[in-house]
Design a protein around this ligand. Structure first.
Ligand code: ATP
Ligand code: MG
Length: 354
């Protein structure tokens, strides 16, 4: 039996996680595996109920489970709170840090049925299948932050810290993953300017010796941003540090044209965290308009990386592909001639096929 902590969160979070657990439960029945889902509060919902966006009980439940499935946090209702109580800063960053999930995996895939959804031409993106591996618990986002008054204004300091070991552990994940895919790893840095990037490049270069079947190249982040819109299919696995990865993974996601379709996994040495890449989408919350596929595919990643159930993961991914091929669409990916369905109906259709 696997214990899965479910954190529905805010906005469309509860709607999409409900469909992800429904699909996981169906997949479990099919495989003869039992999942025990335990819900806890996070984000604005937790602040409203308990006065803090990441209550201790939530953290404890996350730590003792086999995996965490998160919906989304945040919304305009909580934007005016002091920064440490805001859902993103007060819940998401500390949750990642406390679970020690240093490797963020974001696949950006173009589903054949949706090749027309990208803003790029179908001949540039069809078949696109990139995996961004972003370092998630170090770098600029977790460095020292300081603000001082100086004559004429203020002075801010942000520090960027990486150790060899922090780079090594995320790079190792990326090499392992590349070895199971098309065996191509592009490490992205800014080694012409940043010392941290020089260390990054040294560590990746040294590690490449251990993975002779993986072809490695190094690319400067500005060039990578350009290559992603010029010829994105040249990439298989993209490995990069926290800030660059934040930007490049959003860019790669947008190439697929469907925010509501893209999952993520954040892995460390303990309990892993799975969540759709989209936010809480307050503009469509509570109206059965949300696309649950990103959350459902996050569930597939959970089976793959936290339970070792590759077959179950593939079955969910195939079920998503099949339902799209049958012409079912949520509002965000609707096209003329297709059949529009709501959040729960989409979840039901996928659950039937896993
Ligand atoms: P955050 O800062 O939390 O990432 P955001 O405002 O940047 O939030 P989202 O909440 O992801 O971004 O929403 C961006 C837009 O995409 C919104 O208009 C929203 O309605 C739409 N959207 C996001 N997720 C989905 C989904 N699963 N299904 C349908 N539409 C979605
Ligand atoms: Mg956003």
């Amino acid at each position: 039996m696997y214990k899965i902590t479910v954190l529905p969160g805010d906005g469309i979070g509860p709607e999409v996680t409900a469909q992800a657990t429904r699909v996981l439960a169906a997949s479990g029945r099919r495989m003869g595996v039992e999942f025990c889902f335990r819900e806890a509060l996070i984000g604005g919902a937790a602040y409203d109920a308990a006065g803090h966006p990441l209550p201790e009980e939530t953290l404890a439940l996350c730590r003792e489970g086999d995996a965490v499935l998160l919906g989304a946090v945040g919304g305009p209702k909580w934007d005016q709170l002091p920064v440490h109580l805001r859902p993103e800063v007060g819940a998401l960053l500390p949750l990642r840090k406390k679970l020690g999930v240093y490797a963020n995996l974001r696949p950006a895939r173009v589903f054949p049925a949706l090749a027309g959804a990208s803003t790029l031409k179908p001949e540039v993106v069809s078949g696109l299948d990139i995996l961004v591996v972003r370092e998630l618990t170090g770098g600029l986002y977790f460095g020292e932050k300081k603000r001082e008054d100086i004559p004429g204004g203020q002075r801010v300091t942000e520090t960027l810290v990486y150790t060899t070991e922090e780079i090594r552990r995320v790079a190792r994940r990326a090499f392992e993953l590349a070895g199971k895919r098309r065996k191509k790893l592009t490490s992205v840095d800014k080694a012409n300017v940043l010392e941290s990037s020089r260390l990054w490049r040294e560590v990746v270069t040294a590690m490449a010796v251990d993975y002779p079947d993986v072809a490695v190249n190094h690319m400067l982040v500005d060039n990578c941003a350009m290559q992603l819109v010029r010829n994105p299919r040249q990439f298989d696995v993209l490995l990069t540090e926290n800030l660059f990865g934040d930007i490049l993974s959003d860019q790669a996601a947008q190439l697929t044209g469907s925010l509501g379709m893209l999952p993520s996994a954040s892995l460390g040495d303990g309990t892993a965290l799975y969540e759709p890449i989209h936010g809480s989408a307050p503009d469509i919350a509570g109206r059965q308009l949300a696309n649950p596929v990103a959350a459902i595919l996050s569930g597939a990643m959970l089976l793959r990386y936290s339970c070792g159930l590759e077959e179950g993961a593939a079955a969910i991914e195939n079920a998503v592909t099949a339902v799209l091929e049958q012409g079912y669409r949520t509002a965000d990916i609707m096209e003329p001639g297709k059949r529009q369905v709501g959040t729960a109906e989409m979840g039901r259709l996928i659950a039937e096929l896993v």
